[in-house]
Design a protein. Structure first.
Length: 267
């Protein structure tokens, strides 16, 4: 709705102080948009796509070569610049779609599932590009990947059934909606029973969520007034020798656990 693809039924939004309904043309001049499905022409090369979008954006003809070359380098498509986009992998198509959103140096960039369908290496590269872009303009993205949210977002909004249920930093959401803490310990399987007795003796509400044959135990610990990261660390550090713990970690609820918690509230 903010990009103008869909008309809003009610309410309003503003970009750079401009009304997205009554000043749609002016808003779009300052906006970049990478939709979920790549808006590409199979027979056109990456360079031709960028040239066309640059002309539509009103960039002076003499400035286009330098700007397109810089964008191609930014998204890692220089060696594919003159190859038809229809032959690209899914990851390279996403990179080109991102480059098209960045042409013209917009003030606000909207990214819909920017790393969808990418392999881990390409996804990490895309995140690095987006992180760099976010230092120069406002970036708003939608994603189903909690890992992507934690890697890129300074503020996160979670929507359930079309309604925005919360908005805040990762740390704020974990503190406000997280169930508590996650404990993972690694020890010899023959020591499991003694460790389990220890955990339930000190953390009565702890829930064992995983028990692996390679010696790893995982617990969820519901948040209470007396429970804190410091208290868990202190107790584990004090007893790790006696319990023969090889390694352990304690963390807050993950963002994915927070999302599930909020979604279940809606049910």
């Amino acid at each position: 709705m903010i990009t103008g693809d869909i008309d809003s039924s009610y309410g309003n939004a503003y970009v750079m102080g401009m009304d997205v309904v009554t000043q749609k043309t002016e808003v779009r001049k300052r906006m970049g948009y990478c939709p979920q499905f790549d808006p590409l022409f199979d027979r056109m090369t990456a360079r031709e796509h960028l040239w066309m979008y640059a002309r539509i954006r009103g960039i002076h003809k003499e400035d286009i070569p330098e700007k397109t070359n810089r964008l191609l380098e930014t998204v890692g498509l220089t060696i594919y610049a003159d190859i038809p986009a229809g032959t690209y992998s899914g990851g390279n198509k996403r990179k080109l779609s991102l480059a098209l959103a960045l042409i013209g140096e917009p003030s606000v960039v909207f990214l819909d599932e920017p790393s969808s369908g990418m392999d881990p290496v390409s996804r990490r590269f895309m995140w690095d590009v987006i992180a760099e872009v976010s230092t120069k303009c406002c970036v708003i993205l939608t994603t189903h990947s909690m890992e992507e949210c934690e890697a890129l977002c300074s503020r996160i909004g979670i929507m359930v059934s079309g309604t925005l249920r919360c908005l805040g930093s990762v740390q704020h959401l974990k503190a406000r909606f997280g169930k508590g803490y996650n404990l993972e310990a690694k020890l010899s399987p023959e020591k499991f029973e003694r460790f389990e007795t220890f955990i339930h003796g000190h953390f009565a509400d702890a829930i064992q969520v995983e028990k692996l044959s390679n010696g790893i135990l995982r617990y969820e610990m519901p948040r209470t007034k007396s429970l804190s990261l410091a208290s868990i660390f202190g107790l584990m550090e004090k007893n790790k020798g006696v319990l023969e713990i090889r390694d352990y970690s304690v963390s807050q609820s993950s963002l994915e656990q927070v999302f599930i918690q909020i979604a279940q509230q809606d049910d």
